[in-house]
Design a protein around this ligand. Structure first.
Ligand SMILES: O=C(CO)[C@@H](O)[C@@H](O)COP(=O)(O)O
Length: 234
């Protein structure tokens, strides 16, 4: 993908998080990667979304070297880079402080799969990371945040659980494309809100048959599906 096209797609994903009500002020950040060149494009740090332009999107290499240095890259850059290096399947990463997902992150509670809406996008609970050690916080906070996400996803397919809640911080979400990641970030907030409300309505919730959850996920993302807005292509 040409760098200009990648920057435009990344800008659009950043603006989609605003339109979806997932970010306020300058919180959050979206990035995308062109796997052929190993170029990552990410939101500039601290720039108000309503003033953001494609040429302000910052390009860096997968090891973090600035390709163009007109703007300072997002302060969460190293988290995004850790995820791109660990998950070669993904093409975009989005971080938000969306309200309900952040409630679960602050409460250190995974988002449970309480319904088929969840199952359509996330295979199983959306996990919460561990807290970072004092040394990690002091010496390599942003990169260690990415390490904790990779650890909590473990050996699962990152495209089957395209999100994790960073303990006491907020969600990081990903997908095959910036558009896919923006949709996953929106759905994550929706299922977090549904789960929180269901848990308030009925604290002792009945279990859902795994067969129902699996059917919904595989129906949308079966082994030969194309992820993203268009859903399964089977
Ligand atoms: O996670 C946080 C702050 O906790 C960041 O998303 C937020 O400050 C946005 O920083 P950037 O503008 O991307 O550097």
């Amino acid at each position: 993908m040409l760098l200009d096209a990648l920057k435009s797609a990344v800008l659009e994903a950043n603006l989609a998080t605003v339109r979806s009500g997932l970010v306020t002020a300058t919180f959050g950040n979206a990035s995308g990667i062109d796997r052929d060149s190993g170029t990552v494009a990410i939101k500039p740090s601290g720039v108000p979304y309503n003033e953001m332009t494609p040429d302000q999107i910052v390009a860096v290499s997968l090891d973090g070297a600035l390709i163009d240095n007109r703007m300072k890259p997002s302060s969460d850059l190293d988290t995004h880079l850790v995820l791109y290096r660990a998950f070669p399947e993904i093409g975009a990463v989005i971080h938000t402080h969306s309200t309900y997902a952040t409630i679960f992150a602050q409460a250190l509670v995974p988002i449970p799969p309480l319904g088929t809406t969840h199952a359509d996008y996330f295979r199983g609970a959306v996990p919460v990371t561990r807290h970072l050690s004092e040394e990690e916080i002091r010496d390599r906070y942003v990169a260690a945040t990415g390490d904790a996400i990779v650890e909590v996803i473990g050996d699962r397919d990152p495209l089957e659980v395209p999100a994790a809640l960073v303990a006491s911080h907020g969600p990081f979400v990903w997908g095959r494309t910036p558009q896919d990641a923006a949709l996953n970030a929106l759905i994550l907030e929706e299922v977090a809100r549904m789960a929180w409300s269901s848990m308030m309505l009925r604290p002792a919730l009945p279990a859902i048959p795994d067969a129902l959850l699996d059917r919904h996920f595989l129906r949308k993302h079966g082994a030969h599906a194309t992820y993203g807005q268009t859903g399964a292509t089977r």
